[in-house]
Design a protein around this ligand. Structure first.
Ligand code: TXA
Ligand code: MG
Length: 330
């Protein structure tokens, strides 16, 4: 199949969204922007459409998808229990970069949730995503629009690089604003539990709902989310993580016989003779999150032996960056 690539602008907006929505209604899959990363969407109520998502991404069937909604009514239609805390969460964080895990309703086919009795639901805020779901009129199952285990796509070009010829359409809505995926928050546990740190921080959540646990398989107390396997987001080059500017210099000196790329903070000393991705100011976690996957993809295209990257300690959005980098280097 030839993938249709459509850049959306004020003039063609309605036409593009109509065309994409009609593909979704016909059971096809379409890539679209959200504020976190690009998603690969299909009708969440149609098990054949959902299989096409798994196939296009080469994603194993045990890894459940996130279902995207555009209204409270649609949210209520895919879940079967509404814990009290949900109302507060919806009010403060939806639409936005938060995914909640709740018991699923019967309208959701088994392959969406990998046969689990819970469902991951997200109400994104990106206007293109919202309008697309509205026009399709059904909840949209959508994982990140990358090949399984590749870094997540933050531009439509990244989607094209991974999925050209494998999906019907890509809507180019420009670079995403957040750059890391949504926070996955489990509301079926005794205490709200973060299974994946992401666009909404633990600090943000705690300011509204009180103490939140963290339970990823990298940090915290063991894990529950099938897709959070230790190794993920991996570049072809070996990824080496460092904790300081000093350690970065030592690693470079040690590897001078190799082709090196560095995700270099813009306020760290410039280095001659190696490939550099100008990442952003160290400590500006929002700026760094937005460009992280782009940087890893850009450097990985240069066929390097190693990519060296500083690792944040993990406050605010720094914890999502830290999580992705630890997985990518695992
Ligand atoms: O920002 C995002 O969340 C993006 C955009 C497109 O919305 N989507 C995304 O989807 O990152 P994906 O499929 O790449 O990651 C979804 C994660 C997986 O790790 C999966 O295992 C987990 O959510 N998940 C889905 N359903 C679950 C469930 N019922 N229980 C626990 N974890 C679940
Ligand atoms: Mg993903």
């Amino acid at each position: 199949m030839v993938t249709k690539y459509l850049k959306i602008d004020d003039k063609n907006r309605d036409l593009v969204l109509e065309e994409a929505a009609s593909l979704l209604k016909m059971g096809e899959v379409v890539a679209f922007p959200t504020e976190t990363v690009y998603g690969l969407g299909g009708n969440a109520l149609d098990k054949n459409a959902v299989s096409k998502i798994f196939e296009a991404k080469k994603r194993p069937s045990w890894d459940p998808l996130i279902v995207h909604v555009c209204s409270l009514e649609m949210l209520n239609s895919v879940i079967s229990e509404k814990p009290k805390i949900l109302e507060k969460i919806v009010k403060s964080f939806m639409p936005g970069a938060l995914t909640v895990i709740l018991p699923k309703s019967e309208i959701i086919p088994e392959n969406v949730t990998a046969s689990k009795n819970t469902i991951a639901v997200r109400w994104p805020s990106h206007p293109v995503a919202l309008e697309l779901i509205e026009k399709a009129g059904v909840p949209i199952a959508a994982p990140s629009a990358n090949l399984f285990n590749h870094p997540s796509p933050t531009t439509a070009q990244h989607v094209l690089d991974d999925l050209s010829g494998r999906i019907e359409m890509i809507i180019d809505g420009g670079e995403v604003s957040i750059g890391v995926e949504s926070t996955v928050l489990d509301l079926t546990a005794d205490k709200p539990t973060i299974l994946r740190p992401g666009g909404v921080t633990k600090e943000d959540l705690e300011s509204v709902i009180g103490i939140v646990r963290v339970k990823t398989n990298i940090e915290g107390e063991g894990f529950k989310s099938p897709g959070m396997s230790l190794k993920h987001y991996s570049p072809k080059s070996k990824l080496v993580l460092v904790l300081s500017e000093k350690e970065l210099k030592e690693k470079i000196v040690k590897n001078l016989n190799k082709k090196i790329g560095v995700m270099l903070p813009t306020d760290w000393e410039r280095i001659e003779g190696i490939e550099i991705f100008e990442w952003g100011k160290w400590g500006d976690w929002e700026g760094l999150a937005k460009k992280m996957f782009r940087g890893i993809r850009d450097l990985d295209k240069k066929e390097l032996d190693i990519i060296i990257c500083p690792l944040p300690l993990g406050e605010d959005l720094g914890s999502a960056i830290r999580d992705r980098l630890l997985r990518a280097a695992a």
